[in-house]
Design a protein. Structure first.
Length: 476
DNA sequence: TTAAAGTCAATAGA
DNA sequence: TCTATTGACTTTAA
């Protein structure tokens, strides 16, 4: 119902109020924690929303999200981070009371926000909440109060626990397992968290480089060689792909904002800028992943290395990157474990690589993994790392393409102010700002490289899929 | 079914 | 403590 245009003004009004009014829910809950934790998981998608908006009946958060104009996710997170740090408020508190998310999720969200048009409705929710929170003049105070209350509750618990030992423990859901009491052994033994060794990660990365979307068979082989469960390998690929993608998003956003020169980094500046440039290419950068429809969009090798190195840092990564660098011209190297994945040779190994990872190519994973890139690579090296090399080297071939870069740009879905109509305008005012996707300046060469690599990958996959014959037709 | 998106939650680091 | 990372799980689309 709220959908209808006419209601927009009303909506705005109620929303405004909503944002402004103190949240009773929060105030009353003595231990924010329980409130949070009690959040009905099931209702998640439902309109019921615990958290700050709860008391409000007018619009559900989902409706708000649906009506929200395009938000500058990067700008929002930036501001949120500032407010939190300036006021010494933690992510946990903020996440649990304002967003209904755990600390880790908040951290991730704040560090790597995806562009608005890349978010699903569900994914936009936290950003809308953040925006509303930012608009709330009492936001900090409320959170501070929460913090105080939590502390108080904690102290209380502690005291009581001293006197009456265990009782409270169970009730406190969470925070106090610090010491005490071994939680009853009854816990089903949770399966221990798998922690991949650096060498394993490297091996997986290398495999990814060769084939971002490995076949079941390849996965099986990888699992066997690394002595991991198949599901772990599958999960790893899923996670890696998606994380790489996000990494790319933010890099582009940042690159874009930087290149914008003059303007300060203030979000507003950025947004206005974005708004202008927006039209077509606004998201082009962001869309690096390629054709929406084709699942095989692909993350690209190059980017992958950067992102990986960046996000994970660490010697291993560095080594990896170095290796890649080497690969660019030739091949990586390293090894170590008996069973390794591909590659080969050696010399390159050391330098950066603290660890050595992996293995040689036992037998070529023939089938797919390795041989995948039939044509591209210059086979120079042949066997061993031919495949990977090909991906990397492919870059050169793309260079030319780079110039034409816009291809990837798929207009960002949302935004389009025009279409929006007044509804969006009013909502925009509601949210207190206007935003458009960030615009990027492709000047940045590294970015270009990534894009090129990305294209490379995409093309390659497409060609392969089409048994390469008409790949040519695809105009990019 | 597969992949992506979104999260959780354990845990590593500071 | 707090934040960052990341393997696993759940949900959603296609």
């Amino acid at each position: 119902a709220p959908e209808s245009p006419m209601s927009s003004s009303e909506s705005v009004k109620s929303l405004t109020e909503l944002v402004q009014q103190p949240c009773p829910a929060i105030e009353t809950s003595k231990d924010g924690k329980s409130q949070e934790s009690s959040e009905p998981p099931a209702s998640e998608s439902q309109s019921t929303t615990p958290l700050p908006l709860s008391g409000h009946s007018a619009l559900s958060i989902q409706e708000l999200v649906a009506m929200s104009p395009e938000l500058d996710t990067y700008g929002i997170t930036k501001r949120v981070k500032e407010v939190l740090t300036d006021n010494n408020l933690g992510q946990r508190l903020f996440g649990e009371t304002i967003l209904g998310l755990t600390q880790g999720s908040v951290s991730d969200l704040l560090a790597r926000p995806k562009p608005w048009h890349k978010l699903s409705l569900k994914g936009r929710e936290p950003f809308v909440r953040m925006q509303l929170w930012l608009n709330d003049p009492n936001n900090v105070e409320k959170l501070m109060d929460m913090k105080r209350m939590e502390k108080k509750a904690y102290m209380k618990r502690r005291h009581s626990s001293v006197s009456d030992s265990q009782s409270c423990e169970s009730s406190s859901a969470g925070i106090d397992y610090s010491q005490g009491a071994s939680p009853q052994p009854q816990h089903q033994l949770k399966k221990p968290r798998v922690v991949l060794a650096p060498e394993e990660k490297e091996a997986l990365k290398r495999a990814y480089q060769q084939k971002p979307y490995p076949s079941p068979k390849t996965i099986e082989e990888l699992a066997t060689q690394l002595n991991l469960k198949t599901s772990t390998v599958i999960n790893w690929f899923h996670n890696y792909r998606s994380r790489i993608r996000r990494e790319l998003f933010i890099e582009e956003i940042q690159a874009g904002s930087q290149s914008q020169a003059g303007s300060s980094d203030s979000p507003s500046a950025r947004s206005s800028r974005a708004a202008h440039s927006s039209e077509g290419d606004s998201c082009d950068g962001v869309d690096a992943e390629g054709p929406p429809e084709g699942k095989p969009s692909g993350p690209e090798a190059d980017e992958f290395s950067n992102a990986a190195a960046k996000s994970q840092g660490g010697p291993a990564e560095a080594a990896f990157e170095a290796g890649e660098e080497a690969l660019r011209g030739a091949r990586p190297s390293e090894r170590a474990e008996p069973e390794s994945l591909e590659d080969t040779d050696d010399e390159g190994r050391p330098r950066a690589a603290p660890r050595q990872s992996s293995p040689p190519a036992p037998q070529q994973r023939q089938g797919d993994a390795l041989e995948t890139l039939p044509n591209s690579a210059t086979e120079g090296d042949a066997s061993t790392s031919a495949a990977s090399t090909s991906v990397l080297t492919g870059e050169s071939s793309y260079k030319s393409k780079e110039s034409s870069e816009k291809i990837s740009s798929v207009p960002s879905t949302s935004s389009t102010p025009g279409a929006g109509s007044q509804k969006s305008n009013s909502l925009q005012s509601l949210f207190g700002f206007s935003e458009a996707a960030s615009s990027r300046n492709t000047r940045d060469s590294s970015l270009r490289k990534k894009k090129a690599a990305n294209l490379n990958n995409i093309i390659h996959r497409l060609e392969k899929a089409a048994s390469r014959e008409e790949a040519v037709e695809w105009e990019f």
